[in-house]
Design a binder for this molecule. Structure first.
Ligand SMILES: *Cc1c(COP(=O)(O)O)cnc(C)c1O
Length: 407
């Protein structure tokens, strides 16, 4: 397949990437999503919008984030060189702000006064609350009561930033119910509100919009790497939860002779309920308003999922990833909890960079591949910093004594 016209051709007008994607919506929301799509397709070609987004990225977010050569880590493994795109240095410490600022600016341009979302671990909630504060928009975040109890620091951040955090008290009181509650709110209030989805998932136009807002990561990284080296990396990799940081990284390299690999969480192992590796163990299905590859139980409902990285435990994946795998352009592989924790400590000890547990999955894969390849170079999207994970990691793994030496 020729990827030179890819961005112009995908998704199509119905929001489809091949057979994946689309918009499966309650009747009442069809006009609201159509309006977001029409407005976005107009605004994204407006120089005013683009200029403003560029200014925000530079002055508020601190972009461009650097590309960094992990010299010590690479030397410990062998001759293959590992590089990081430092999204952990983006304001608020992860890539999520890239699409939240885009969604906030779109809300502003559309004349909305309120943005809402669900959040699981609270990372998306914090990024969206940050965007709301910046743009002077009202912000409501739905969060399961169970998650609120587990994620006190992020709940505090959202509140300090001025967001209204609504505890969801029905069902299992976690992410799934928070999604339902946020959709309910949106059904009632779509005239003055936008529902900002937290990854490259959901009904059209969100997979496309979130991708477009995240593409800055890959375009920066490609140019920076080429400036540093005069050529491109052999392998580009990123972790895949819903798939936003990875699609943002991959898109810029689709038409290059570069191997692209997305990494999903294998958690504790292959048994259903112990991982969230949708691409490796899932099948086609519709969930949360779009068609993609998902993990299902016997009844065809979304299966229970698990990962040490709460940002990766999603039972489906963005539709564009499903399509890119079908085309044979992007490969998907897995890393376990154990491998991610090993990478978490090694990157900390050898480079002075504490990665998010999500990003640690991609670093773990890069370390494994570097050893196999023996030579060449691998560029990893380091999607976020690990401060948020420290309490949990220390409680469970101490200070990483057993991860000190290279195996
Ligand atoms: C949320 C999150 C992810 C997973 O989300 P994607 O949409 O797959 O990128 C990965 N890394 C970090 C640091 C996150 O906060």
């Amino acid at each position: 397949m020729d990827f030179s016209r890819y961005l112009k051709e995908y998704p199509d007008a119905e929001g489809r990437f091949g057979k994946f994607g689309g918009a499966y919506l309650p009747e009442k929301l069809v006009p609201a999503f159509k309006q977001i799509t029409d407005d976005y397709l107009t605004i994204c070609h407006s120089s005013q919008f683009i200029q403003e987004l560029r200014r925000i990225r530079k002055e508020f977010q601190g972009r461009p984030t650097p590309v960094y050569h992990c010299e010590r880590l690479s030397r410990m493994i062998g001759h293959c060189q590992i590089y990081l795109k430092r999204e952990d240095l983006n304001h608020t410490g992860a890539h999520k702000l890239n699409h939240c600022m885009g969604e906030g600016l779109l809300a502003k341009f559309m004349g909305k006064k309120r943005i809402i979302a669900e959040t699981g671990a609270g990372q998306h909630g914090v990024a969206l609350a940050t965007a709301a504060a910046y743009f002077g928009l009202e912000c409501t975040i739905y969060m399961g009561e169970v998650d609120i109890a587990k994620q006190a620091p992020n709940v505090a951040r959202m509140k300090v930033l001025g967001a209204n955090v609504v505890p969801v008290t029905f069902g299992l009181k976690t992410l799934k119910e928070a999604v339902d509650a946020a959709f309910e709110d949106y059904l009632e209030n779509y005239k003055d509100t936008i529902y900002c989805i937290g990854s490259a998932v959901g009904p059209h136009p969100f997979p496309m919009m979130v991708r477009d807002f995240q593409m800055v990561v890959g375009y920066e990284a490609r140019e920076q790497f080429q400036d540093m080296m005069g050529f491109l990396p052999d392998v580009v990799t990123a972790c895949v939860g819903g798939g936003s940081n990875s699609i943002g990284m991959f898109e810029a390299f689709l038409n290059d002779p570069v191997e692209i690999v997305g990494i999903e969480p294998l958690g504790r192992g292959k048994t259903m309920g112990d991982h969230a590796a949708s691409m490796s163990y899932g099948s086609e299905g519709v969930m949360h308003g779009f068609n993609s590859i998902m993990l299902k139980d016997e009844k065809g409902e979304p299966a229970p999922v698990y990962s040490i990285a709460s940002g990766l435990d999603y039972p489906s994946v963005g539709p564009e990833h499903a399509f890119l795998r079908d085309c044979g352009r992007v490969k998907y592989d897995v890393a376990s909890d154990e491998e991610a924790v090993d990478a978490f400590f090694k990157l900390s000890r050898y480079e002075g960079i504490i990665p998010a547990l999500e990003s640690s999955h991609a670093v773990a894969y890069a370390m494994r591949r570097a050893k196999e390849m023996g030579t060449g170079s691998i560029l990893v999207n380091l999607s976020g910093r690990g401060d948020k994970d420290l309490d949990y990691v220390i409680e469970k793994y101490g200070y990483g004594e057993k991860y000190k030496d290279f195996k």
